[in-house]
Design a protein around this ligand. Structure first.
Ligand code: DX5
Ligand code: ZN
Length: 222
C-alpha cells in the first residue's frame, strides 16, 4: 500500500503552546513536521526563525521538513541543518544558481527540495529533476496560511508525475496550501506523495483526528 506522507504545518500551531502542539504531532499519524520560514522579502510576511525552530527541534520526534521562503538560502541552510532539518526546500524563483544550492543542501546530508510558486510551470525543472529529492508544488501563493486551494494544481501534479515516472526517478511530490479532506484524495490520485496541511489541522476541533482523517482518505482502497 502506498503511504501518503502527511506533514502538518507548524505555522498554524499555537506558538504559546509549541511543546503541547509538537507532542500532539509526535503522537499523531503525522509523518513530518512542516516548518515554514519566511523572510519578509521573498514573501510579504515574516514567520519565525532559528530560536523557534530550536524549540520545536527540542520536542519533535519526527523529521523536520523545512520550507524556506527566503532569498539567498545559501546563507542559512547550514544553520537549518544544525537545527535538525532533514529536508530543506528552497524556491525556484529565489535561486538563480539552483544547481549549486541543491548540491550545498545535499552535501550537508539533507534531502533537497525545490518549491514552485503557482505561476511557475513544472517543466522548468526538466534539466534539474534528477538532482532533486522533493518538488513542493505551492497550491496557494506562499506567505500565509489559511488561503484557498488553487484548482490548477491538479494539472501541475499530473504533469510532474509524468516527468518523474518517465525518467524512472523517485522524487517526492509534495503539495502545500489549502489542503483539506476535500482535495487530499484527488491530489494523491493525480500523483502527490506528501501533503502539507496547516489551518485545516490546527483549526479543527481535534487535530489528531483530522490528521488521521487525512491519512485515511489518502490511503483508502489503494
Ligand atoms: C504558505 C506555507 C504553507 C502554509 C499552509 O506559505 O508554505 O505551508 O502553512 O497553510 P494552510 O494549510 O493553512 O494553507
Ligand atoms: Zn510550506
Amino acid at each position: 500500500m502506498k503511504n501518503t506522507i502527511i506533514a502538518p504545518s507548524v505555522l498554524a500551531a499555537d506558538f504559546a503552546n509549541l511543546q503541547r502542539d509538537s507532542e500532539m504531532l509526535n503522537n499523531s499519524a503525522a509523518d513530518w513536521f512542516h516548518i515554514d520560514i519566511m523572510d519578509g522579502v521573498f514573501v510579504p510576511n515574516i514567520s519565525f526563525g532559528m530560536p523557534v525552530l530550536q524549540a520545536i527541534q527540542h520536542h519533535a520526534t519526527k523529521p523536520l521538513d523545512v520550507h524556506l521562503m527566503i532569498v539567498q538560502p545559501e546563507r542559512y541552510v547550514e544553520t537549518f541543518r544544525k537545527l535538525g532539518a532533514e529536508i530543506i526546500t528552497i524556491h525556484y524563483e529565489a535561486c538563480p544558481h539552483l544547481h549549486r544550492n541543491l548540491q550545498q543542501i545535499k552535501d550537508l546530508g539533507c534531502k533537497a527540495g525545490v518549491a514552485l510558486n503557482p505561476h511557475t510551470p513544472v517543466n522548468v525543472l526538466e534539466d534539474i529533476l534528477h538532482d532533486i529529492d522533493l518538488v513542493l508544488i505551492m497550491s496557494v501563493n506562499p506567505g500565509f496560511g489559511g488561503q484557498k486551494f488553487i484548482e490548477h494544481t491538479y494539472e501541475k501534479v499530473r504533469k510532474l508525475r509524468k516527468m518523474i515516472d518517465e525518467r524512472g526517478l523517485n522524487t517526492i511530490i509534495e503539495i502545500d496550501g489549502g489542503v483539506t479532506t476535500a482535495n487530499a484524495r484527488g491530489l494523491v490520485d493525480a500523483g502527490a506523495d506528501a501533503l502539507v496541511a496547516g489551518s485545516f489541522v490546527f483549526n479543527s476541533e481535534n487535530p489528531t483526528q483530522t490528521i488521521q482523517d487525512l491519512k485515511n482518505i489518502c490511503e483508502a482502497g489503494l
